[in-house]
Design a protein around this ligand. Structure first.
Ligand code: PGA
Length: 253
């Protein structure tokens, strides 16, 4: 696992966008898994800015949605699909047909999850999974305790995760307490994992991930036992000297 500490949120976002743009230039047909949340907003904006300056081919990308609320349709303004379309697909001119959805409104959500894993298999796996770090160490909606071999599936969200996501839904809204999530197996099997972590509110969980033991109670710690992982944090999330410990190579940007 490589920990890179950028001086601030903008530097983190820029660096992430440069890494992904480089990968897409080298492999225009890449399969990329994309997150929602507060953290990646700057990354998507920077990626769109790079694409405007120096158009690279995104027509062959395969975009895999990381997670979605159960019972929330594609057209719902609160769906993650709407979010991804607005933040990523539309600004880069990526056709909606390139998105492999996790359909929150599927009649048979379990079958839809199996179909998603099948699409991932036929894509030859994921080239890069861009991830946020949840307040409790979740990746996607893989809440603790998580099985590293878990498939894409329907999960129950913890009360804290529901509350934390409430900020996107507005006062009084009923936030779903179930979701579809890409499983840990496909996340960990991605050829690159890029985890974006920003802000003081992620400090303690990031410290637990970097310095703590690998544990199902903190799903992101499985990344430490996996290859090709870059944790890209800003200095608010990692204000300490970068540790010299095994497998954590440090860099400052
Ligand atoms: P955030 O969400 O980027 O909004 O903090 C991350 C997550 O919960 O996975």
């Amino acid at each position: 696992m490589r920990l890179i500490v950028a001086q601030d949120y903008n530097a983190m976002s820029r660096r992430a966008a440069q890494m992904v743009a480089k990968l897409v230039r080298a492999k225009p047909e890449a399969a990329i898994m994309v997150p929602t949340g507060d953290t990646p907003r700057g990354f998507y904006a920077e990626l769109a800015a790079i694409h405007r300056r120096d158009e690279f081919d995104v027509s062959r990308l395969r975009v895999f949605q990381l997670d979605e609320y159960l019972g929330v349709g594609a057209r719902d303004p609160n769906s993650f699909q709407t979010w991804i379309t607005r933040a990523f697909l539309d600004p880069l001119g990526i056709a909606a047909s390139r998105l492999v959805r996790l359909p929150g409104d599927a009649d048979d959500a379990a079958a839809a999850c199996r179909a998603y894993d099948e699409r991932m298999r036929s894509a030859g796996g994921c080239d890069i999974a861009v991830l946020g770090l949840g307040w409790n160490g979740h990746l996607g909606f893989n809440e603790p305790p998580a099985d590293p071999a878990s498939p894409t599936r329907v999960v129950a969200l913890s009360a804290e995760t529901v509350a934390s996501n409430g900020r996107y839904w507005g006062a009084g809204a009923r936030v779903p307490n179930q979701a579809l999530t890409c499983g840990m197996a496909n996340i960990l099997a991605a050829r690159h994992k890029l985890v974006l972590v920003s802000g003081e509110r992620k400090r303690e969980i990031l410290r637990r991930v970097v310095t703590g033991p690998v544990s199902p109670e903190t799903p992101a710690t499985y990344l430490k036992a996996s290859d090709q992982v870059t944790v890209l944090a800003d200095a608010a999330a990692w204000p300490w000297p970068v540790p010299e410990q095994d497998k954590v190579a440090a860099d400052r940007v």
